[in-house]
Design a protein around this ligand. Structure first.
Ligand code: ADP
Ligand code: ASP
Ligand code: MG
Length: 412
């Protein structure tokens, strides 16, 4: 029997009516003779609302209790969807993360899945049941409920698909597929019929919220065919796969952006062989993720070191550095918040050295100042003022002609 994994995000299960719509989508797969696993998110904005409540009661809520709290959202959806399936005459059973065999690291709030034990799901299949699984949660070695990071239900779905060797993992969401950029922000954003795992991974890592980056990582590592499509329409979605056919001649495939970035500068750092490694080891040991790094030598003995972090990590970054100031050997810290990162992504860039130059020219023409830069074989990122983020995404989208339909390359 073929196994299909379907995942429905928050908007897609946001109301009782929408849950009835999901029932239809699940039954369509079941009546074709497939075994079906359905992974769901919390209803609508539930997770955001829970976060708000926690912040009203505590300045710095404990991570364990946050996981306990946030994991409840998905549990509401699994039980309601399962009841609705049963009401329609189908046998179904709901599983929390741990009941579905999702094991994670001991890291609260952002745990990675380490192992999937598929026995309980297999047993439910044996008795003909549709299995409904709570996304975004698992269980740690100490038996604590963990969550996988915001947007992590995608990762639950792909990890189950990989483990069960599913034929496909369908991600049902509130847009019709993966677009050249966020269609809610960028005018003329166009749906891609397919995109490679690597390009999708870059877009997801650089802020395109449509897929959780770890979901794409799993899909690539286990070669899970992944489709992003709308739960509200039957329109064909976007395939994420190894080889892409039609549009591979495009240099830039998509534009991603993310706000709430801060640039930290460590001023007057003593230039010793070990200075950099000490700083970044100290930050890493304290779970601070650093993104773009720039070092500039000011004189023989001193350097200034700038790096970007998520603004939500600003307080912990400052705390960690100040606590270790004499050991690390620097004069003072400076920082600038309200920054954003805008990135152009495309595997065709490897062989096109002019792409970055083009990007900077376009930004300069729009008087958008670039404060930090980072490049890889398939992306260029620029840190700019947050208030210019949407403008930058729009002008770059147009400049790289992403709004235009690309015709298939002729074979002759
Ligand atoms: P779900 O709740 O279904 O997981 P998300 O809100 O996590 O949905 O992801 C879908 C959203 O991702 C869309 O509504 C869209 O605004 C945003 N998005 C950002 N970048 C892209 C992109 N390149 N293509 C499609 N959607 C994108
Ligand atoms: N409910 C979680 C969130 O809002 C997980 C998810 O939807 O994927 O982040
Ligand atoms: Mg999501």
């Amino acid at each position: 029997v073929t196994i299909i994994v379907q995942k429905f995000g928050g908007t897609s299960v946001g109301t009782v009516e929408r849950i009835r719509n999901v029932v239809k989508r699940v039954i369509e797969e079941k009546i074709q003779g497939n075994d079906v696993v359905v992974v769901v998110s919390a209803m609508g904005k539930t997770t955001d609302d829970l976060v708000t409540k926690a912040k009203q009661l505590s300045d710095n809520p404990s991570k364990r209790e946050m996981d306990m709290l946030l994991s409840t959202g998905e549990q509401v959806t699994i039980s309601l969807l399962t009841m609705a399936l049963q009401q329609s005459g189908y046998e179904a059973i709901s599983f929390t993360g741990w009941q579905a065999g999702i094991y994670t690291e001991e890291i609260p709030g952002n745990a990675r899945i380490t192992k999937v034990k598929k026995e309980s799901i297999k047993a439910a299949f044996e008795s003909g049941k549709i299995v409904v699984v709570a996304g975004f949660q698992g269980i740690s070695p100490s038996g604590t409920i963990t969550t996988l990071g915001r947007g992590g239900s995608d990762t639950t779905a792909v990890a189950l698909a990989a483990s069960l060797e599913a034929e496909r993992c369908d991600i049902y969401t509130d847009v019709t597929g993966v677009y050249t950029s966020d269609p809610r922000v960028v005018d003329g954003a166009r749906k891609l019929s397919s995109i490679s795992y690597d390009e999708m991974l870059e877009l997801a890592n650089l802020g395109a919220g449509v897929l959780h980056p770890r979901a794409v990582e799993f899909a690539k590592n286990y070669q899970v065919p992944l489709i992003v499509r709308s739960s509200m329409s039957t329109e064909e979605g976007t395939r994420i796969e190894e080889v892409i056919t039609v549009e591979q001649n495009l240099i830039v495939r998509g534009i991603a952006f993310e706000g709430e970035i801060t640039r930290m500068t460590v001023v007057g750092l003593e230039s010793q062989l070990t200075s950099l490694s000490s700083i970044f080891t100290t930050l890493a040991d304290n779970q601070v993720n650093v993104d773009i790094i720039i070092q500039s030598q000011t004189d023989e003995n001193k350097t200034n070191l700038s790096f970007s972090v998520k603004t939500e990590d600003l307080n912990s970054t400052v705390r960690v550095l100040v606590a270790n100031q004499s050991y690390l050997g620097f004069e003072r810290l400076e920082y600038e918040s309200k920054l954003a990162k805008v990135s152009i992504v495309g595997s065709g860039m490897i062989s096109n050295p002019g792409v970055a130059a083009n990007m900077f020219r376009v930004l300069a023409e729009d008087e958008i100042q670039v404060k930090m830069v980072s490049t890889s074989e398939i992306k260029v990122s620029a840190v700019i003022d947050q208030e210019k983020m949407e403008q930058a995404a729009n002008v770059l989208h147009k400049a790289f002609r992403l709004n235009l339909e690309v015709l298939p390359v002729s074979q002759s």
